[in-house]
Design a protein around this ligand. Structure first.
Ligand code: MTE
Ligand code: CO
Length: 420
């Protein structure tokens, strides 16, 4: 076993001393403690038997965690059927998003599909058109992959400046789960591709019949026709019983309630790739088929919905992800980007998946401008917002991966701001 360096050891010792200090301070702080449950007393929950097994046939989080929920911004969309709810990133840790907290984005509401009546049709430029029932998909070779899904419109409100006060709203259109399914490659090989096959179109069975064109290269590379998330069957809002997983690419192409895959020799120019999901530039031209989600990161805590409660030792925590590959490094700035220091990545680092980073901070109460900056294994570095606007202008909604700034105030409150 390697010994920690002296410096590290001192830091750890100081940290632990600080934490003990916090606990002592906490006892006299504004926390709503009930003294009869605190040491050295025997707490209420030790004086009686607990609830038996079987009462919670499908478990829910503790009743004390009721505030940890997806939230909506009512004024953002005209109807709840074509709308979005946001992942509470500031209340989560690690890299896996719990199924019930994954943000939702639907264009025509949640389709309710009876798995017995579910079919996936594969046709177009194939030797043998096929129709798969759910059981048939489950009999094919299986893969498990952890990937992030980010809506192209994540942070879309922030192009013209700081708007929404909470990382749930500025960055909460991302989630990261483990998918189980069959690769799209296996399905396409079963059908046999015609020589002129170049694109596939994926279409949903929802009321929006949402459809997108995907180049064949990507389809054969790493796409998955998935039926499970985090071990259990997909949630209805995530596309039950089957969705397309398109690692690293904008969420819109991850077609839910997948009904049909058509092989063609050119893109279909559907609504979602012409009037929507294109990037309008300053000169009036629009970039099209900008599938890739570039490297991005955000400090999830502290953040406007998760203020700092105490001076002294605190953990700065955040998420980073890149559609190009693996996250290599995350840097933290406390002074709005003038100085950077490496954050500590903790936990697994998967391809096109979220990573968790930490930075332990001994906060003396001074005002800080907190930023994080991700770098991936292609060498791509997350840009500042102004650098991004130089290339993209401010007409865009989509693909805003600029560096986020949180202003930490002396009272511990945090605000969404922008620096030069
Ligand atoms: N698939 C269908 N059939 N219908 C939809 O409305 N929305 C897309 C995509 N797939 C959509 C869809 C968009 S814009 C995104 S960002 C993701 O699904 C959201 O996936 P989630 O709801 O699992 O977060
Ligand atoms: Co989307």
């Amino acid at each position: 076993m390697t010994q920690p360096t002296d410096k590290k050891r001192t830091t750890r010792r100081r940290f632990l001393a600080g934490a003990a200090g916090l606990a002592a301070a906490g006892a006299s702080s504004a926390r709503a403690d009930n003294a009869k449950n605190l040491p050295p007393n025997v707490a209420d929950w030790t004086r009686q038997l607990g609830e038996g097994v079987g009462v919670r046939a499908y478990g829910n989080p503790s009743k004390y965690e009721k505030h940890v929920i997806r939230r909506t911004v009512p004024w953002l969309t005209a109807t709840p059927e074509s709308s979005v709810s946001f992942t509470p990133l500031h209340q989560l840790d690690g890299i896996i998003t719990p199924n019930g907290l994954c943000f939702e984005r639907h264009h025509g509401g949640i389709a309710e599909i009876d798995p017995n009546d579910y079919r996936l049709m594969l046709h177009g430029l194939v030797e043998k058109p096929l129709i798969f029932a759910l059981d048939e998909l489950k009999r094919l070779p299986r893969v498990n992959k952890i990937h992030f899904l980010e809506c192209a419109a994540n942070s879309g409100m922030e192009w013209r400046g700081a708007q929404l006060n909470g990382c749930q709203y500025t960055h909460g259109m991302v989630h990261c789960v483990q998918y189980t399914g069959v690769t799209l490659k296996v399905l396409l090989e079963q059908a046999g591709l015609k020589p002129n096959a170049k694109w596939i179109m994926a279409e949903g069975g929802d009321a929006a019949a949402m459809n997108r064109s995907i180049p064949l290269g990507k389809a054969l590379d790493d796409c998955i026709v998935a039926y499970r998330m985090n071990g259990e069957m997909l949630r209805p809002e995530q596309g039950y019983p089957v969705r397309l997983v398109v690692p690293g690419w904008e969420g819109n192409v991850w077609v839910k309630w997948l009904r049909r895959l058509k092989v063609g020799d050119q893109p279909w120019f559907t609504r979602e790739e012409t009037s929507k999901y294109t990037d309008l530039l300053e000169n009036g031209k629009a970039r099209q088929f900008t599938f890739l989600m570039d490297a991005k990161s955000v400090i999830t805590s502290p953040s406007p919905q998760a203020p700092v409660k105490q001076k002294g030792f605190n953990v700065i925590s955040g998420l980073a992800w890149s559609g190009r590959g693996k996250i290599k490094r995350v840097d933290i700035s406390l002074d709005g980007g003038r100085n950077w220091r490496a954050a500590r990545i903790d936990g697994p680092v998967f391809d096109k998946a979220c990573v968790r980073f930490y930075y332990e901070l001994d906060w003396n109460g001074e005002e800080l401008l907190l930023q994080s900056r991700a770098m991936d294994d292609t060498g791509y570095v997350q840009p500042g917002k102004d650098a991004l606007r130089k290339i993209r202008g401010v007409n865009s909604i989509y693909h805003n991966n600029g560096i986020q700034t949180w202003a930490l105030k002396a009272d511990g409150e945090v605000e969404n701001v922008e620096v030069g």
